[in-house]
Design a protein around this ligand. Structure first.
Ligand SMILES: NC(=O)c1ccc[n+]([C@@H]2O[C@H](COP(=O)([O-])OP(=O)(O)OC[C@H]3O[C@@H](n4cnc5c(N)ncnc54)[C@H](OP(=O)(O)O)[C@@H]3O)[C@@H](O)[C@H]2O)c1
Length: 264
């Protein structure tokens, strides 16, 4: 038997995590409980055999692992009623953006193993990049949480002070990549493809490019060298993009996003 997991906040992310746990066989349906106030929207999870409830206290009591997946402003009202059920025998994982481990433990008022995780929306298809950090966790807890998020993509352990940077690069990064792909589609249509074909070519090409880096561990510039022939069309296009500020605009965008959330 795996550990019983309560997901407090069955919204976009909470539901995606529940589905990922089930699909990847990390957990059986009977080992997952998902809560939200309006449980009507959790019908499809219920049909899969997952317990759904609006009672956070009961869900936490029944579980060894508690995943907090509510909005930051909802955290206080969610934690206060359940904090008496939280103790060092439970493992707490918070995916709540922008709330530090200290702030979370301050509300709870005692120490227990806590993880902060920053996944992205590709968790819905088990392709998330999830950055995690922890406090009061032993090797067993770290192994468990790594395995959990590994089933839903890739995991990297970071210092908590990098959590804001992880939010930008890993979570907002999905939006930046979508804009890049959208621009490719628009360019593709201008040079002759219909929108559907251009979308397929652009998305699969970006996926393949990313896989080259992930599977071979190569540097982007090494892969670029393989595509650029002297006096060729690739280098002409790349250089024009750089003259127009391509890399610079991406870096500036990342830094602008970071300035918006960074607390330091
Ligand atoms: N979406 C992402 O890809 C992503 C990535 C990284 C981090 N995050 C973070 O993850 C958290 C959740 O994001 P989300 O996009 O999933 O938000 P969301 O769709 O709004 O989900 C939050 C859920 O919490 C439920 N909720 C609110 N109060 C509750 C209570 N007292 N007890 C139980 N459930 C309650 C809400 O349902 P009811 O109103 O029915 O209760 C809602 O379904 C946020 O902090 C977000 O910043 C999200």
């Amino acid at each position: 038997m795996g550990k019983r997991i309560a997901i407090i906040g069955g919204g976009n992310l909470g539901t995606a995590i529940a589905e990922g746990l089930l699909k990847s066989k990390f957990s059986k349906a009977s080992e997952i409980i998902v809560t939200k106030r309006n449980t009507a929207t959790l019908k499809s999870l219920k049909e899969k055999g997952i317990e759904v409830t609006d009672n956070n206290v009961v869900a936490v009591k029944k579980s060894e692992v508690v995943i907090l997946a509510v909005k930051p402003f909802q955290l206080n009202e969610v934690l206060n009623p359940i904090k008496k059920e939280l103790n060092s025998s439970k493992l707490l994982v918070s995916v709540v953006t922008g709330v530090t481990i200290n702030e979370t433990l301050d509300i709870i008022g005692k120490n227990l193993p806590v993880f902060r995780a920053m996944p992205n929306t590709a968790i819905a298809i088990q392709e998330s990049m999830t950055c995690i950090c922890s406090r009061h966790a032993d090797d067993g807890h770290v192994k468990y949480v790594n395995e959990l998020f590994n089933k839903m993509g890739r995991v990297v352990t970071i210092d908590e002070k990098l959590m804001e940077a992880a939010t930008i690069l890993g979570a907002c990064g999905t939006a930046y990549a979508m804009r890049y792909i959208r621009a490719n589609i628009q360019g593709g249509i201008e040079i002759g493809f219909d929108a559907l074909t251009a979308s397929l070519i652009a998305a699969q090409t970006v996926k393949g490019a990313a896989e080259l880096l992930l599977q071979k561990g190569s540097h982007p510039e090494q892969e670029i060298d393989k595509v650029t022939t002297p006096k060729g069309c690739t280098i002409a296009g790349l250089n024009e993009m750089e003259h127009q500020g391509f890399s610079s605009s991406l870096i500036r965008g990342i830094v602008a996003s970071y300035k918006k959330i960074a607390k330091d």
